[in-house]
Design a protein around this ligand. Structure first.
Ligand code: SAM
Length: 287
């Protein structure tokens, strides 16, 4: 046992106490502090010494510190500047870990990852996410023009179920369609509320989404495809034709012509379509 170097968990507990840090519920500040638990999560994430890691929300930095010990570099984006003295103390001496105090929903991800890892260098996202921005941040990360090779994240169990849902099912939604377009998702393990400080009122899942090596669909215009996915699910009770009219300003005749060209039923609802069908509609819309 190394008695010289205090554990990262101990450093975090001491720093939180020393700086009298008060967690903010509205920022999703449910921290993971147990080194044993986080070590297990990082084993499941298969983090390796070559990995460049982007973390959203380091909190008190236990996961950040443990990742810095296992990976090549860690760049963390934290919104709460109140954590600055805590993180400085917890990550002291870990020169491959860097924290940038910015809102992950607004930060220039391409510039930040390029500066931290090298322009165009591969990187992974590994994070215990703030749940209030789960969908928005996942879509932002995976839809960026410098997307990560994989995203390994803690999410609410219901969000994991939606992300893994099948077309036509009750849970199939724009987030699921966009994330399945990005990659292949699987749950690594379930994590109970007691793992967090303070415990949330929900069960969580640690899950991994690996970017497809070969895209499963190839729309001619990727931006339009993402717009179409969001439009298709915008008003769930309406037909796709009505959603197309509302989102793209089409008249009834043009909307019907698009669906016919794509080979889908004129009365279909957006949430009934597979990614392949949505891709055909997108290409017909563009023609
Ligand atoms: N990763 C840490 C852990 O496992 O203990 C903290 C996780 S906590 C669930 C979420 C963290 O995200 C908090 O530190 C919170 O301040 C931060 N956060 C919330 N909204 C954010 C945003 N928009 N951009 C960056 N960080 C954010």
């Amino acid at each position: 046992m190394d008695y010289q170097t205090p554990s990262i968990e101990l450093r975090a507990r001491v720093a939180l106490e020393k700086y009298r840090f008060h967690k903010t519920h509205s920022l999703g500040q449910n921290f993971l502090l147990s080194e044993a638990l986080i070590g297990g999560l990082l084993d499941a994430a298969a983090l390796s010494p070559e990995d460049n890691v982007l973390e959203i929300g380091p909190g008190a930095g236990v996961m950040t510190g443990l990742m810095a010990r296992r990976a090549a570099r860690v760049l963390s984006l934290e919104l709460d500047r109140g954590l600055e003295p805590v993180l400085a103390q917890v990550l002291e001496g870990l020169d491959n870990a860097r924290v940038v105090y910015q809102d992950a929903m607004k930060a220039d991800l391409k510039a930040l990852t390029g500066a931290a890892f090298g322009e165009g260098a591969p990187y992974r996202v590994v994070a215990n996410l703030p749940y209030y921005i789960t969908a928005d941040i996942l879509l932002r990360l995976t839809g960026a023009d410098c997307p990560p090779d994989s995203v390994t994240i803690m999410v609410q169990k219901e969000a994991a179920e939606r992300i893994m849902s099948a077309p036509g099912s009750k849970q199939w939604c724009a987030m699921a369609a966009e994330l399945q377009y990005y990659g292949e998702a699987r749950v690594l393990c379930e994590v109970g509320p007691e793992a967090f400080d303070p415990p949330p009122h929900v069960t969580s899942c640690f899950m991994r989404i690996d970017r497809h090596g070969t895209p499963i669909v190839s729309p001619a215009d990727e931006r339009l495809f993402r717009r179409l996915i969001r439009a298709a699910f915008a008003m769930r009770r309406k037909t796709l034709s009505n959603n197309l009219k509302a989102a793209f300003g089409l008249d009834a005749e043009r909307a019907q012509a698009v669906l016919q060209a794509a080979g889908v039923d004129a009365r279909v609802r957006g949430e009934e379509l597979t990614l392949q069908e949505l891709c055909r509609v997108c290409d017909a819309l563009r023609a």
